[in-house]
Ligand binder design. Structure first.
Ligand SMILES: [Zn+2]
Length: 274
């Protein structure tokens, strides 16, 4: 092999190594992106599928997303919209210009007169995309040991937060509970249905509002890590001291995007690291 042949060999080897690291690391990466006051959560599966839950309050979410994913990635396999509030959806309009979105999962809540909802529907039509309505207890299987179950998908609540799409993502022995902005009443409904909620990682409901994270729910979830997605100096005063107290009493370690920036949780299906 001449000098150039050797160089090309080394470059190909390094590229192969890079791709392997991202694609078959056998690890699940979950990023709670630092988007200020709002939610944007990206899940990258060991086989390189991307599940995005919400898109934050503005386009700054896109640079956070790009930082999290491998540089070549331009595809979102599943986009989940928890509910139609600005702090969860505004960044998604521009997302559609930058990424190829395969599936959009929503609840049956269709607030036709709501401005944000109309804006989003227009963006979907522009990109020839249609939403798929999901129901509670529906399950999506991504691999033998990787699935997502819908725990709540209400559509009749006056308060949009009550219609939050709630998911439990399971990878091996590890579970992540993504609650959107679900209030205590919604948590109680989930408990009343008898759904399995216990999870190592809890995306704390409604940015740490005192109207979410009820004691009974926390007891059932029994989280090891509680992730709060709130913005610095937000006008709502999130997270509320009462909610923080309940989270502390549940025994979980509390992390917050407003202090830590983007929080990346990595799991091999047995343990988590962050
Ligand atoms: Zn919110």
């Amino acid at each position: 092999m001449n000098k150039y042949g050797y160089l090309i060999f080394v470059i190909l080897l390094l590229l192969g190594l890079l791709v392997t690291t991202f694609r078959t690391g056998q690890k699940l990466h979950v990023g709670f992106l630092d988007v200020g006051q709002g939610d944007a959560i990206i899940v990258r599966t060991p086989s390189g599928q991307n599940i995005l839950i919400d898109g934050g309050p503005d386009n700054s979410f896109l640079s956070q997303l790009a930082d999290f994913l491998p540089w070549w990635e331009r595809k979102i396999d599943y986009l989940v919209i928890t509910h139609y509030h600005a702090d969860h959806i505004i960044g998604l309009v521009e997302l559609l210009n930058k990424y190829k979105v395969e599936h959009v999962l929503v609840t049956a809540h269709q607030p036709d007169k709501d401005f944000m909802y109309q804006l989003w529907q227009k963006a979907l039509v522009q990109h020839k995309l249609e939403s798929t309505i999901v129901r509670a207890d529906q399950k999506f299987i991504f691999a033998d040991n990787l699935s997502v179950r819908v725990l709540s998908a209400e559509d009749k609540q006056q308060d949009f937060n009550g219609n939050s799409l709630v998911l439990r993502l399971s990878y091996g022995q590890i579970d992540f509970l993504m609650t959107g902005d679900l209030p205590v009443e919604g948590e109680q409904n989930i408990l009343a249905q008898g759904s399995l909620v216990s999870s190592e990682v809890l995306k704390v409901g409604h940015h740490g509002s005192k109207y979410s994270s009820g004691q009974a729910f926390l007891q059932a979830v029994n989280p090891e890590l509680c992730v709060i997605t709130s913005g610095k100096d937000n006008k709502f005063g999130h997270p509320h001291p009462e909610a923080v107290k309940r989270l502390e009493n549940s025994g979980c370690k509390i992390v917050n995007t407003q202090n830590q920036g983007t929080i990346r949780v990595i799991s091999d299906g047995q343990t988590i690291s962050y």
